[in-house]
Design a protein around this ligand. Structure first.
Ligand code: ZN
Length: 98
């Protein structure tokens, strides 16, 4: 009897690790206008830089705010490269650089 329980447990563990790896592999990415997007579990594509910036401030990005890439590289989504700022200020920065 004990061996059966042990056997069932082993199968359960194997099954769970398989499900876990499948979920991890599922993450899909794509480039849109030079920005990385990631597909969420709900099937909605989201900008990675906005997700990283939201995570950096520990919550959500307020309405009317945009995320700026400090080094100008749209694909550099490291937290230290991202700045959250109001839309008008953000537009000013980009006008200056032109
Ligand atoms: Zn910007």
């Amino acid at each position: 009897m004990k061996t059966i329980i042990l056997f069932a447990l082993i199968i359960l563990v194997i099954y769970l690790t398989r499900v876990y790896w499948k979920r991890r592999k599922k993450a899909e990415y794509r480039l849109v206008n030079g920005y990385w997007q990631v597909k969420g579990r709900n099937g909605i594509w989201e900008y990675v830089h906005r997700k990283v910036a939201a995570w950096k401030v520990g919550g959500k990005i307020w309405k009317g705010r945009e995320v700026h890439h400090r080094d100008g590289n749209k694909r550099n989504n490291r937290p230290e490269n991202l700045w959250i700022m109001p839309k008008p200020e953000h537009q000013k920065i980009h006008k200056k650089n032109k």
